[in-house]
Ligand binder design. Structure first.
Ligand code: NAP
Length: 284
């Protein structure tokens, strides 16, 4: 029996995850497929229930269902509970469904690779306060960042994000708008993260690149297009800069290991998805 993982969301415009997971299944001779299921909100409950069956390894979950799925599974791991989002579901051998979040560890692996050092002790500025920013900030706090500044064009959202994580980590933390206070914090940042859709949907950039220290790393969660205006500006200044592709690959490899017990598949996934990541015609 070919077992399944279904990615649920709406819209589903990208095949990156499918290409990575199917390549990893094939490389290990695992009889399983990763399928895309663009579904309406009233179908989510039924699809989640069906994933308790023998033919399933689990689910991938993307917008706008990362919150609602947490209400439909049998258990949500503490990290995913605190972040408030489930981006993958693991089916246990006895048919229980566990909601997990692999964006946070995927971000940590990706940004540490980009920085060339651990997150522990660093000064981070994060633009955005949406779903991805929650995973980013949680990863920074749990990894021991020294200072975290969250800037959002909706300042209340930045404040709510930090309030949610009030008990997590020891970092000094500040919520701001994308304003002068954010620029001031950027002047001492070791790493600046764009966790908004700017650069993918809206033009422009959220990080004041010219105000960053010369040693800073810029990490843009956006990976389509591969080079955003933010990354271009950071590289023009000679800063270390990376897009979100490594986060995408690392979070997928973590999910794959949870579904199959097989770790170490990031290299296979990176090779498989490289043509899609390089294809400038792939749009959001
Ligand atoms: P989301 O929940 O919809 O949040 C979007 C965020 O972007 C909000 O904070 C929003 O602010 C902000 N924003 C949107 N337009 C803006 C603008 N013109 N100026 C300033 N801020 C703006 O989306 P998400 O799920 O967090 O995703 C954010 C980005 O991360 C997306 O590009 C997504 O593709 C990427 N992502 C990448 C990975 C990866 O593995 N690389 C994983 C997850 C997400 P308001 O609240 O003010 O609207």
């Amino acid at each position: 029996m070919t077992r399944l993982v279904a990615l649920i969301g709406k819209p589903l415009k990208r095949r990156h995850s499918q290409v990575m997971h199917d390549a990893a299944f094939d490389a290990r001779g695992i009889d399983a497929r990763y399928v895309l299921r663009e579904i309406e909100s009233d179908e989510v409950e039924g699809v989640v229930a069906s994933a308790r069956g023998d033919g399933w390894l689990g689910l991938g979950v993307t917008a706008p269902y990362k919150r609602v799925v947490a209400e439909l599974v049998d258990e949500v791991e503490p990290d995913a509970q605190t972040i408030g989002a489930v981006n993958n579901v693991v089916r246990t051998d006895d048919g229980r469904l566990i909601g997990i979040n692999t964006d946070a560890p995927g971000f940590r692996a990706g940004v540490e690779l980009a920085m060339g050092r651990p997150l522990a002790g660093v000064d981070v500025v994060v633009a955005g306060a949406g779903g991805a920013a929650h995973a980013v900030v949680y990863a920074c706090l749990t990894a021991g960042a020294a200072r975290v500044t969250v800037g959002s064009r909706t300042p209340d959202a930045a404040a709510a994000l930090l309030a949610r994580f009030a008990e997590v980590g020891e970092a000094r933390r500040t919520a701001t708008g994308l304003d002068d206070a954010f620029v001031a914090a950027s002047r001492s940042a070791d790493v600046a993260v764009n966790a908004t859709t700017v650069g993918m949907i809206d033009p422009g950039m959220t990080i004041p690149v010219d105000d960053l220290p010369a040693h800073a790393t810029v990490f843009d969660l956006v990976y389509v297009p591969a080079v955003t205006p933010l990354l271009a500006a950071a590289r023009a200044r000679g800063l270390r800069a990376a897009n979100g592709s490594e986060m995408l690959i690392q979070q997928a490899a973590i999910a794959f290991e949870r579904w199959t017990g097989v770790g170490g598949m990031a290299d296979v996934m990176r090779t498989a998805v490289a043509p899609l990541l390089a294809d400038a015609t792939v749009r959001a």
